[in-house]
Design a protein around this ligand. Structure first.
Ligand code: MG
Length: 217
């Protein structure tokens, strides 16, 4: 994997988690696929749809998938079922080593943080299981902000908690909603090539901002 790091000295570094630091997207897909089948989806979940929603708060993803497939699902129920299924798969989690190595090096001289659309407990568990927890004292999840990705709130809060100016942060992201959030936050970013790097934001571009508190994420 070749990471294209923009030139310059950055005051802080913000990392997305799923698909950026850990190779968890295939596991999340399997969990969503099963949860959506239980919610009445009569076929496989569209992978393009799934990847286009990367980084969006989990409960919001459940809502959007329900709307996309015109299923009368209970987003809270699907959300909890999906996370339960994901927990069963967590033993298969692996680091995306080039990004993790960059994070370890960066953490020696600058503040680093996590900004993930996953629920807080799952994010912390993922960090523990992959031995990343000690590296990241600042962890931002949708519970901490009014609007999740693609809104810039999580990245701006991460900068604030790191005590550095937003414009001097570098963001690592694999998914289009997170790239959009970095741009809006005025931050430079590194696009981490995911397994489905071609899946761009045809759907994510249409996501209206939703209060993550209202979404319960
Ligand atoms: Mg991601």
């Amino acid at each position: 994997m070749q990471l294209e790091i923009p030139p310059g000295d950055f005051a802080g570094f913000i990392f997305d988690l799923d698909g950026t630091l850990v190779d968890s997207m295939p596991l999340h897909y399997r969990a969503w696929n099963e949860a959506m089948k239980r919610a009445g989806l009569p076929h496989e979940l569209d992978e393009e749809l799934f990847y286009s929603l990367g980084g969006v708060p989990t409960l919001r993803v459940a809502q959007l998938m329900g709307e996309h497939y015109r299923l009368r699902l209970d987003p809270q129920k699907v959300f909890h079922e999906k996370e339960g299924l994901f927990l069963e798969l967590q033993a298969e989690l692996r680091l995306i080593e080039p990004v993790a190595a960059f994070a370890r090096q960066a953490a020696r001289r600058r503040p680093v943080s996590i900004a993930s659309g996953g629920p807080r407990d799952i994010v912390h568990q993922t960090l523990r299981l992959t031995a990343l927890a000690a590296l990241f004292p600042v962890v931002i999840t949708p519970e901490d902000v009014a609007f999740g990705k693609p809104a810039p709130d999580m990245f701006l809060l991460a900068a604030e908690r790191m005590g550095v100016p937003a414009r001097e942060c570098l963001v690592f992201e694999d998914a289009e909603p997170g790239i959009a959030a970095a741009r809006t936050a005025g931050m430079q970013y590194v696009r981490v090539p995911s397994r489905r790097a071609s899946a761009t934001g045809a759907i994510s571009a249409k996501i209206p901002p939703t209060r993550s508190a209202a979404a319960g994420g």
